[in-house]
Design a protein around this ligand. Structure first.
Ligand SMILES: Cc1cc2nc3c(=O)[nH]c(=O)nc-3n(C[C@H](O)[C@H](O)[C@H](O)COP(=O)(O)OP(=O)(O)OC[C@H]3O[C@@H](n4cnc5c(N)ncnc54)[C@H](O)[C@@H]3O)c2cc1C
Ligand code: FES
Ligand code: FES
Length: 1228
């Protein structure tokens, strides 16, 4: 689509994991419109399809679609990069069927949004549900929808032309296309044609292409020579009953669900209800719309360790598969035989499901995932029991996946159970012992640990039995083991409470982001949306493949011989300095190499640039560059290790205790660590560079255009004024694009410089995750003396910040004031260290420094409360710095009341007493956040003779609503409507030397710049106004133009514009965990933040919610795993790194802004909002810990003994920390 300049559809992961690329397709006349991930579909597979992209459903000229409007109006679009994908996912769902609010909410696991925190997106779309309070369903129905194609249509049906290809063409025989890379593409309609094609290409590699989604699981770097599209082979479709239910293997997983749904109404296939529910947990709807049964099972055939849910389900009921070979011979095999079957030149025809009509058959299946939706199973299990009327086991099948590539059935346990009374405590214990013995579980990094998967498998076995156990047998407390936390979660809701003062509007006016609508329509431009120019080339980095070592030789000859490869460059080709960071400036203390010259500092450090005709060729060629290394060493990766190495730590700052006490009831000694976080911008690092008359123009995804310009000039040895950097907006940044985008932008400019041709450098998600620095891991060590009330008497407290391989960006600075959060630091002896590890240079990540410091302080308070057996809130209150931070008390009190804390506290305690296998926690976290620094930002205001205004400024719009607030502030000072103000994009010509955007300061500084500019302008206007006291704005401007007043002003901001204030926040969260699986659900969060008098409260609500959810992700599912031997990042994909999705957010999410808060007049009373709430995400692990502690108590473990959990509280860590003994698995 991008080749034909349809750039409204975005993309990021290219593996169906993010949803940015979703479009709607009708695969044949009369078929329903369905969402599909464009990144999975090859253009040749689209033959006969009608495809609707975001551009078609609503746009500037034809009017916007109600879904686009709703998403915009509900503030569901911040950076907007994800928005077209959301709209198209929802559009496709609604085109297919009417849905309830809950159905809508559960159907959106296909999409990721890193900015909003999902709540507003869900709200926008739930308005179209049948059961919405004020349903907008009519809006959808009112669209005239063509009966043939399901498409919105303005013409008569007779005029409707079915695509470019006629129906006959679609149904004719074999279609052959010779692809440009000499591969052969066939489309066949018949099974015999598959074999004819295979016979024609006897010795060539081939692939049957059904949905082509398997590449989302196991990426395909290079396709086989012959590709046979089997998606329209009729014999692979449909279903029939021949005692067994026979289903064509070419059915998509959506079609399969529909078949199950209809067949479960028959007595002998009632069990398919279980399968329907299980399939809801498989992949996402767009993947299921094209991914087929055969494709899924074939992945399992090739990769036995693959956690195929379909295989599991079929194996649970003893289904079979029929396979046909080139001689037309068909055979049936059972599931496990299929795994060993050589499928070369064979076609998977059908699956055969047995009828199971007996009364006493029970089937239960489970899929446990790291987050609620759209993730592969960690472990999944299926249990089939055929019982006598006295509950004796006549037959059973126990199936597992996710344990190893060899263990699929627990046959010995099945044998053990056969003939025994099933719901008997002794039988249960015996079976658990047997299962534990026979299970084969193997390490498979980055999969979760053997210990957890083993425990999980046992837990699921027990959970399965609890689910089918007659209620009269089951002890009341064990019934909690039956509940499926995630699947039973009901509709989410939210509340946002803030004040607004209409008398000062547009200031303080809650209005959606002004560019939100174009974002939702795919009309908003990002750096990579610059149209392609002739002779454009693509570049990518070649990455080192050792953790530490010396480069001896780089040989690119093999890569250069590949068709389409144009050039390779290494450090020696760089004309100027080989660095992308300007050492010796405020934000950089080191020169980080652009391309590694000799000594490799971390795994995957960039060491070369490959240039090719296409992105794909470049990426493949990059893997063909041969590098010889010497002195390869094992890297040190863990902050917990390096903090003990004096050579790797350096004191950054310290503060001495000013007061200590001697009322010591206990001395607590310990350490805690937390690790990194990938930013997960939906727009990865990207740059497009064009040669210009005088030099180079760059469209760079950066938070800092000046540093890109400066560094390109230094590296290329050309003057800064020959380099232009242009930026309209970013598709998310969260700090990553402050410094890390520079490296790639320079490389892109370098290619243009060398080849005098346009270059596009689009970073793959994998590369972005591998070599780009992330959030600083951190660790604390402490020895603390407290009195009986938990009041700190003395505290020897050290905080270590892991910079990666080099201390470059001085982010420890941001922790040096935040370490004590809102607590009295008088008794604290504090030392802050910069530490290094052999990992990429870590960087800004939403609230860097302060996030680690605040989180650690909150966990530290928890530690005191547990060790002293005290109420955690009381411990916090006892330690608050009442002299400097007493303001927070008001927030705590408001929160306690709003959250109904006292009553809920009792409910939680009762819940925990009543339930053995579910536990709840209800806890708080507090926040004091102080913005640091100043931003040098130029602001220009130009007024046109019609009275309209253009603002340009040095800030970067990255979803935070900067331009919306800028327009509001400008309109406020001029006393005009915001519609009159237009904020234009940024570039180095109009905003030279501007500083970065970040630190939650940009809105404030741009606002000050606008205030200065407006005042200057109004001063110039004053004489005209005196002469025309009653003139309107337009009349004044016209008169000023006639009087030759310069209708433009320039202003700038800097150190003098710093205004100090503190931001306070408090959060109360309630979480439930499943003791047997480690799964969790955030039941409710009440969050209060002091945002001052917000310039735009709904934009700020979005900032707070989004920040908080990013913090939740850090503390729950986002775990970056490296190979301990090399440092290679193993979790470099959406398949392995899990950011929160829509069903992971608090089920009840309430945001309150502190009332009557005001910072200072100079900054219009506002406070920063982009980052602080991230720090309050720590409330989630704190609350989870309470639930875990209660579970541990059941296992006989004391609550005052602290147990370490470093980093995110993943399902794995929760389950293991509960320390459940299988001896406790009982029915009664
Ligand atoms: C984001 C994402 C999430 C996913 N989540 C899950 C999940 O939670 N659980 C799960 O089980 N799976 C999951 N999957 C896997 C998904 O189910 C499969 O990708 C899909 O079913 C493959 O079907 P396909 O038609 O696209 O196969 P293709 O990619 O077209 O083909 C895959 C392989 O099957 C072969 N093949 C296709 N048809 C036949 C045939 N009739 N006979 C013989 N060989 C054939 C092809 O030659 C090829 O080797 C996920 C996939 C993605 C991308
Ligand atoms: S780019 Fe297609 S789903 Fe991410
Ligand atoms: S608005 Fe969704 S990722 Fe930015």
């Amino acid at each position: 689509m991008r080749w034909i300049e349809l750039r409204g559809t975005k993309y990021m992961c290219l593996e169906a994991g993010c949803g940015a690329c979703i479009v709607s397709v009708v695969k044949s006349p009369g078929a329903p419109p369905e969402g599909v991930n464009a990144c999975m579909v090859t253009v040749t597979s689209c033959h006969g399809w009608e495809i609707t992209t975001i551009e078609k459903i609503g746009n500037r000229s034809d009017g916007y679609h109600p879904l686009q409007r709703s998403l915009f109006e509900n503030n569901g679009s911040q950076c907007g990069y994800c928005s077209p994908g959301w709209v198209m996912a929802m559009y496709s769902l609604l085109k297919k069927k009417k849905m309830t609010m809950l159905e809508i909410e559960t159907s959106l696991g296909s999409n990721v949004c890193r900015c909003t925190g999902y709540r507003p997106i869900l709200e926008a779309f739930k308005k179209f549900a049948t059961d919405a309070p004020d349903p907008r369903i009519l809006d959808i129905e009112d669209l005239s929808i063509c009966k043939k194609g399901g498409e919105r249509c303005s013409s008569d049906c007779d005029d409707y032309d079915w695509c470019i290809v006629s129906r006959d063409d679609v149904q004719s025989g074999v279609m052959h296309i010779k692809l440009s890379d000499d591969r052969d593409w066939y489309r066949v309609n018949d099974i015999k044609d598959i074999f004819n094609v295979l016979a024609l290409h006897k010795n060539k590699s081939y692939m049957l292409v059904a949905g082509n989604t398997a590449k989302g699981v196991y990426p395909i770097l290079e396709y086989p020579r012959v590709l046979i599209d089997v998606s329209s082979v009729a014999a692979l479709k449909g279903k029939y009953i021949q005692q067994n239910l026979v289903i064509g293997a070419g059915n998509t997983l959506t079609e399969l669900t529909e078949i199950f749904e209809s067949m479960r109404k028959r007595d002998d296939f009632e069990y398919l209800k279980v399968f329907v529910d299980h399939l809801k947990l498989v992949a996402s709807i767009p993947v299921k719309n094209i991914g087929t049964i055969a494709g899924n099972l074939m992945i399992k055939n090739k990769h036995n360790e693959f956690v195929s849910d379909l295989f599991l389900l079929l194996n649970t009921v003893g289904a079979e598969i029929s396979i046909v070979n080139e001689n037309g011979f068909t055979k049936k095999v059972n599931m496990e035989t299929f795994l060993k079957e050589d499928m070369d030149r064979k076609v998977l025809l059908n699956i055969l499901l047995p009828p199971l009509n007996e009364d006493f058959v029970k089937i239960v299946t489970f899929k446990i995932m790291p987050r609620s939706q759209n993730a592969k199973a960690i472990v999944h299990a299926g249990f089939f029991y055929k019982l006598s009327q006295y509950n004796r086991v006549l037959q059973c099948r126990i199936a597992y996946g996710g344990l190893s590539g060899v263990f699929f059935r627990a046959r010995k346990t099945e044998k053990y159970l056969t003939g025994r009374k099933l719901f008997d405590n002794d039988t249960l214990q015996g079976a658990v012992r047997q299962l534990d013995q026979e299970m084969v579980v193997v390490e498979n990094p980055p999969d979760m640990s053997v210990a957890y998967r083993r425990k999980l498998a046992l837990g699921l076995f027990y959970k399965g039995l609890l689910s089918i156990c007659p209620q009269d047998i089951l002890d009341q407390r064990y019934k909690s083991g039956v509940v499926r936390l995630r699947e039973s979660r009901t509709l989410s809701s939210g509340e946002q409470s803030f004040d607004t003062n209409p008398s000062i509007w547009p200031l303080n006016q809650p209005s959606p982001k002004f560019d939100g609508l174009v974002q939702c329509a795919g009309e908003a431009h990002y750096s990579e949306d610059v149209p392609s120019l002739p002779r454009e080339v693509f570049a990518t980095f070649v990455l080192a493949t050792v953790g530490l070592g010396t480069i001896e030789n780089i040989d690119a000859s093999v890569a250069l011989n590949e068709p389409g490869v144009i050039a390779f460059y290494s450090a020696k080709d760089i004309p100027g300095e080989n660095t992308f960071t300007p050492a010796g400036t405020t934000f950089y203390t080191a020169n980080e190499e652009l391309l590694c010259e000799k000594e490799v500092k971390f795994y995957n450090q960039p060491l070369g640039i490959i240039v090719a005709q296409t992105q794909k060729i470049a990426e493949r060629a990059a893997t063909l560059v041969e590098v010889t290394y010497s002195k390869i060493r094992k890297p040190v990766l863990d902050i917990k290790v390096t903090k003990h190495d004096p050579k790797r730590i350096k004191l950054f700052s310290s503060s001495k205790a000013t007061r200590t006490g001697d009322d010591v009831a206990k001395v607590i000694k310990g350490e805690m660590s937390a690790y990194t976080q990938y930013h997960f911008c939906m727009e990865t690092l990207v740059c497009v560079s064009h040669p210009t008359e005088e030099g180079i123009k760059l469209y760079s995804a950066t938070q800092w255009i000046d540093v890109v310009q400066r560094m390109v000039s230094r590296v290329l040895k050309i003057q800064q004024n020959k380099v232009d950097v242009f930026l309209r907006r970013l598709g998310g940044a969260y700090g990553m694009k402050i410094s890390r985008g520079t490296q790639l932008s320079i490389a892109c400019a370098f290619v243009t410089h060398k080849l005098n041709t346009p270059c596009r450098f689009i970073q793959s998600l994998s590369n972005n995750m591998r070599y780009v620095g992330k959030r600083f891991p951190s660790s604390i060590t402490f020895e603390t003396a407290v009195n009986k009330d938990g009041v700190i008497q003395s505290n020897d407290y050290e905080l270590f910040e892991d910079n990666g391989y080099v201390v470059d960006e001085p982010l420890a600075m941001l922790a040096s004031d935040a370490f004590n959060n809102c607590y009295d630091k008088a008794p604290w002896d504090f030392r802050l260290y910069d530490a290094t590890t052999d990992t990429p240079s870590n960087t800004w990540c939403r609230s860097p420094g302060s996030f680690e410091a605040v989180s650690m302080s909150e966990l530290f308070m928890e530690r005191i409360s547990y060790e002293m057996n005290l109420d955690p809130l009381k411990v916090r209150l006892a330690n608050i710095d009442r002299e400097n931070h007493s303001e927070i008390l008001e927030l705590i009190n408001t929160l306690k009341e709003k959250s109904n804390y006292e009553a809920r506290r009792l409910e939680v305690e009762k819940f925990n007493v009543d339930n053995r296998w579910k536990k709840r926690g209800l806890r708080h976290s507090l926040l004091r956040w102080t913005p640091v620094g100043s931003l040098y930002l130029p602001v220009n205001i130009a007024v046109y003779v019609d009275g309209s205004v253009v603002v340009t400024h040095g800030g970067v719009e990255m979803g935070q609503g900067l331009n919306t607030k800028a327009a509001q502030i400008c309109a406020y000072y001029f006393g005009i409507s915001v519609e009159k103000v237009q904020v234009k994009p940024n570039d180095t010509t109009i905003s030279p030397n501007s500083f970065t955007s970040g630190g939650s300061l940009t809105c404030q500084f741009v606002g000050v710049g606008i205030m200065k500019g407006c005042n200057k302008f109004l001063e110039k206007l004053e004489p005209i106004k005196k002469k025309n006291p009653n003139a309107t704005w337009e009349e004044l401007i016209k008169a000023a133009a006639v009087a030759e007043v310069d209708l433009q002003t320039h202003s700038m901001t800097g150190m003098a514009d710093i205004r100090n204030y503190n931001i306070y926040g408090a959060t109360c969260a309630e979480v439930e965990v499943d003791v047997l699986t480690g799964e969790w659900n955030i039941i409710r969060v009440d969050l209060i933040e002091d945002v001052g008098r917000s310039v735009n409260p709904v934009v700020d609500v979005g900032q707070v919610e989004g920040a908080f959810i990013m913090g939740c992700g850090y503390w729950t599912s986002e775990e970056l795993i490296c190979d301990p031997k090399t440092g290679e990042v193993l979790t470099d994909r959406t398949w392995t790194y899990w950011v929160p999705q829509a069903r992971d957010i608090p089920q009840d999410f309430r945001i309150y802004f502190r009332k009557k808060s005001f910072s200072t007049e100079y900054i219009l009373g506002a406070k920063g909002t982009g980052e602080p709430a991230t720090c309050m995400g720590v409330v989630i692990p704190i609350t989870m810990r309470e639930a875990i502690v209660d579970a541990r108590k059941e296992s006989g473990l004391a609550s005052d003994v602290w147990f370490p959990i470093d980093g995110p509280y993943t399902v794995e860590k929760i389950c293991l920390a509960c320390e459940t003994d299988v001896i406790d698995f009982k029915f009664y």
